[in-house]
Ligand binder design. Sequence first.
Ligand SMILES: [Zn+2]
Length: 418
Amino acid sequence: MIKLFKNVRLKGQKELKMILVEDGTIKKIAEQIAVPDEAEVIDLQGYLTVPPYVDPHIHLDYVFTARKEGALNGTGTLFEGIQRWSETKSDLTVEEVKQRAIAGIKKEMTAGVQYIRTHADVTDPNFTSLKALLELREELKDIVTIQVVAFPQEGMYAYKGGDELVEEALKMGADCVGAIPHYEFAREFGEKSIHKTVDLAVKYDKLIDVHCDETDDDQSRFLELLSALSYMEGIGSKTTASHTCSFGSANNSYAFRLMKLLKKAEINFISCPTENIYLQGRQDTYPKRRGLTRVKELNDAKINVCFAQDSMSDPWYPLGNGNMMMILDHGIHICQMMSFEEIDNALDLITVNGAKTMHIQDEYGLEEGKPANFIVLEAKSEFDAICERAGILASVRNGEYLLKKEPQVIQTDIEILK
Ligand SMILES: [Zn+2]
């Protein structure tokens, strides 16, 4: 199958391009390409075309459980969320988790996501969530790329046999090692969990994604240990620190020193702007902290940082719809990233930076030799895409449409509104 996409507007490029796709792979990108005899020609009409959205941090096993009996989180804190989940998770079945996860994936995909990293709670001797999400990873691989994190929601050492469950989950096929050091009963247990995480990643050759310092406590400093150990093992680029909220509360002298290590270690950061602005600052009166990590400073230092959804209607967060453009909009506001240069590059935070975090650079991006995976936005410039919070007009995978949408049409008789 040969397809020629024409009038393609690529990010950062003035001239419209043509993209030649053969058997699902990008063969050529150029201003002019002679139309091969048997090619199907598709006109993208100058709309902005970018690699698919990446959601590198979501809990697909939790989605749409917020209204379950006993799941209501009255305080809106992270810790009550964990407690509510723990108290209501015993009746899960693989089939039920799969059905909810599919509903979540559908929401993400219809908004342009094709790459998802999901956590699976493995503090469960039956591995119900893990089994469900590993099955979906395989069943849906042609339409969406899924990575699964072995995530000990209730702790590696605060839950009986937690560390062994994480190891077993890796043997069962999880892609990443997870941890939650700030939730362990003591700082030493948290540190032990970080050591264990890095050891397991080396032993099984897995990626790392730690829920790290998701607290306003400026003394929560597991990020330091995670990056130091990853650096020493030479696996920094395969390591991700999610949340790192406390880094937003740390003093500047400490942050300045740590920033050097983070840069050297080349670890990745995920910030969840809608979640953490909602969950954090709950023990503050006023002034209330924003609860986010130093996204702008990390980005300025060329340390890889991206945004993620985290939750869809679960005990931690009542809303969430998988629309990465909305997450991005919140993120650039909360993190004060709105110079015109930052706006023009904002899409990186939900595309290429997320792909780098997932360590999938080899297969991701609009480049010759890579799979023809991309989305088309209803905007004709980077600025308009962000300013208008543009939706998608199409999601294409291996050169085939996953879905198409019509541009918005306004019905009106009023001249100036036409
Ligand atoms: Zn999370």
